[in-house]
Design a protein around this ligand. Structure first.
Ligand code: OFO
Length: 174
């Protein structure tokens, strides 16, 4: 595998791993605040990021490279508010999109069209994740301090969480 492509793929593995840990910390915080729907959504989102990491690990190894499994950096355990959580989530997703775009760029420079093709799945995924994070953040801002609104928001988010089984099945198919 092209060493420059391998390096950026390993950087992406680190990014996805840190997304998973970051969202796990957010989920735990939401759970401790009694926001069970938000916690369910964020726990599932954390699992999804782990799936993104695994997909990259397997791709690197299958193509003759060496995937590097990153260590864990302790994420924050306290957040100012629910809107703070989703602001951080959105800005994190924007930074992940930038690193995916950089990965695409390196693939083209190195003429690695196989990896370029593989990474298109992440390009589409980032579009969806950014859009979802923006929609949720807009709703949280709209709710403000309205407790009834918060209750409904939390309940709706629980229903929109990705079911862990679908993540597990997708992982099995990597
Ligand atoms: Fe892996 O998509 Fe979010 O970070």
């Amino acid at each position: 595998m092209n060493s420059r492509v391998e390096k950026v793929l390993n950087e992406q593995i680190e990014k996805e791993s840190s997304s998973s840990t970051f969202y796990l910390a957010m989920a735990s915080w939401a759970e401790s605040k009694g926001l069970s729907g938000t916690a369910t959504f964020l726990y599932a989102h954390s699992d999804e990021e782990r799936f993104h990491m695994l997909k990259l690990v397997k791709f690197v190894n299958e193509r003759g490279g060496t995937a590097i499994i990153p260590g864990i950096t302790t994420p924050p355990s306290e957040f100012d508010s629910l809107s703070n959580v989703f602001e951080l989530l959105l800005s994190h997703e924007v930074s992940v999109t930038e690193s995916i775009n950089n990965l695409v760029d390196v693939c083209l420079q190195e003429k690695d069209y196989t990896t370029h093709n593989f990474i298109q799945w992440y390009v589409s995924e980032q579009l969806e994740e950014e859009a979802l994070a923006r929609t949720i953040l807009d709703k949280v801002r709209m709710i403000g301090d309205d407790n009834a609104g918060l209750y409904l928001f939390d309940r709706d988010l629980e229903n929109s969480a990705i079911q862990p089984d679908s993540v597990n099945n997708a992982t099995a198919g990597v």
